[in-house]
Design a protein around this ligand. Sequence first.
Ligand code: 5GP
Length: 115
Amino acid sequence: MSEPTVFTRILNGEIPGEIVAETDRVFAITDISPQAPLHVLVIPKTEQYRDVAELAEGDPALLAEIIAVAKRVAAEKADGEFRLIFNTGPKAGQTVFHVHAHVLAGDLEEKSLIG
Ligand code: 5GP
């Protein structure tokens, strides 16, 4: 068995993290190293999918739920407008291989990207 990811450990309360939204299948946390006034990660509770391409192929409804939660968090915590980023693969800046959406909102630098 591989070790649980950092996100699963936050979900399970094993390490600290601020959970800002949750559904049966998805949770959202504030990023430990924010790159925008609002920087939240929206994450499926399952570790089954490493990246957004696997998720889209395996469970498109779960991907849609991630986007719905992103929209809700951006509406509740910012002005409702947001940038959604899925780093996919190490060369694209992905460091945690448990699929997650970066939700950036607030006054964004035009070129602010993650990775
Ligand atoms: P990636 O580089 O895989 O696209 O994104 C991983 C994100 O997870 C990074 O933005 C990083 O700051 C965030 N992160 C890594 N470890 C932790 C942690 O322990 N707590 C929280 N809240 N975020 C983390």
